[in-house]
Design a protein around this ligand. Structure first.
Ligand code: 5RP
Length: 410
């Protein structure tokens, strides 16, 4: 193998143990401002020193990564479809090898879509990219099974796509962990690294890492389960401990909890509410809504909300998620309670009393009617939103994408 190629691969998969920790932050290339990656520099900077390499697009590398920091860049060079477009598998090479050399990339990354509509294009592109990249001693990382192919995430499908990627000349393959992952690794002649996928509780993400490494993965290319955590630095350090220091799951989780006490929780979490696992999502929008005209029981005075930016004590992640869920639930309930006829009427009278009492008396009946019809309009609007949200939730589950990002399209 060419010296340059070997040398670059060694900067990503460390030759001391044949493992590596790649931080994935390329999500914006089809998801836009992904939750907690809205300001990439803010997300990336504190994590840089804990990863062996950074998977990123040229736009973000140029604007948000310090060129003085010696982190190997795995440059995503494919794209061309977005989350709201027709078909995510319709990608082409969008960044030239020449530009990758200018950026001083250590590897190129592109997605292949085995079994999807544009399978042929993506595989031919992989072959062509390898041809060109090898002329410069640049390795190629093939990303498999993104998009709706995620639904087929089993060892049979993943071995098929990883093996095809290797056959086309990919030097490293990224895929998702699945049961019987040994089969995927053993049938792929180049190193296989695993993505984290959508945000899950920290212990589960560490379990996924541990199981992947145990089954023979050469490391991780992980994104959301690191930077969507309330504790990104403890998380990446715990992942690193599994990959490079052979920590088992319990040791890694203990390390995570210990580090949580040392690092402050992410700034301003109100702006970046953490994604909950799918079975503990925010309150379902299609839950039966209380009848608007029903008399409501008197409400308890609202408790002051806990300070969101106080560091939460590290705890069992499933507990913490159900607590978060409760907070969401409470706030949702109180929001819907606030929208009673009574309140609408009260609000409307309040605003009128600020203007003119005579007007208020003369128009009070009319106002009441207006409030009621406004109320109906609100209800209709909410029903429409709920239908849309249901549609998008289905889409979300199918494509396994990020709730926060999709939410912004609704
Ligand atoms: C998207 C990608 C991502 O880099 C990949 O999914 C890894 O990130 P995560 O751990 O968040 O799944 O290639 O196409």
């Amino acid at each position: 193998m060419d010296w340059g190629l070997k040398n670059r691969i060694a900067s990503i998969i460390k030759p001391t143990n044949n493992r590596g920790v790649m931080l994935a932050i390329d999500h914006g290339y089809f998801l836009g401002p992904t939750e907690k990656l809205e300001v990439p520099k803010r997300t990336i900077s504190p994590l840089l020193k804990y990863c062996d390499s950074l998977m990123v697009t040229r736009g973000i590398v140029r604007t948000s990564v310090d060129p003085n920091f010696p982190v190997p860049i795995v440059l995503r060079v494919s794209g061309g479809s977005s989350i709201i477009g027709e078909d995510l598998s319709n990608e082409k090479i969008t960044t030239s090898v020449k530009d990758a050399v200018r950026i001083n990339a250590s590897a190129l990354a592109m997605s292949i879509f085995v079994g999807a509509k544009y399978e042929h294009n993506s595989l031919v592109s992989l072959g062509n990219l390898v041809n060109e990249a090898e002329e410069y001693g640049l390795p190629v990382l093939a990303v498999t099974a993104v998009g709706k192919e995620l639904a087929k995430r089993d060892a049979r499908y993943l071995s098929l796509s990883c093996r095809i990627a290797a056959e086309f000349g990919a030097h490293i393959v990224k895929t998702y962990y699945c049961d019987n992952f040994e089969k995927v690794v053993n049938s792929c002649p180049v190193p296989v690294i695993i993505a984290g996928g959508p945000k899950i509780p920290e212990r589960d993400a560490l379990a996924l890492t541990y199981n992947g490494i145990k089954a023979g993965a050469a490391g991780v290319d992980m994104g959301r389960n690191i930077w969507q955590s309330q504790y990104p630095i403890p998380m990446i350090r715990a992942v690193r401990a599994i990959v490079h220091s052979n920590y088992n799951l319990n040791q890694a989780y203990e390390l995570f909890k210990k580090l949580c006490k040392e690092y402050p929780v992410r700034n301003n979490p109100q702006n970046f509410p953490g994604r909950l696992p799918q079975n503990q999502q925010r309150p379902q929008q299609n839950q039966p809504k209380p009848q608007q005209n029903q008399q409501r029981p008197p409400q308890k005075p609202q408790q002051p909300k806990p300070q969101q930016n106080q560091p939460r004590p590290p705890q069992n992640s499933s507990q913490s998620h159900s607590k978060t869920n409760n907070v969401h639930h409470k706030s949702h309930n109180s929001q819907s309670h606030n929208r009673t006829n009574q309140d609408l009427h009260k609000n409307s009278s309040q605003s009128h009393s600020k203007t003119n009492n005579v007007h208020h008396k003369r128009h009070s009946n009319q106002n009441h009617n207006n409030s009621l019809s406004q109320n109906h309009r609100n209800q209709n609007q909410k029903n429409n939103q709920s239908q849309l949200r249901q549609k998008h939730n289905k889409f979300l589950q199918l494509f396994c994408f990020d709730y926060g990002t999709l939410e912004r399209w609704m």
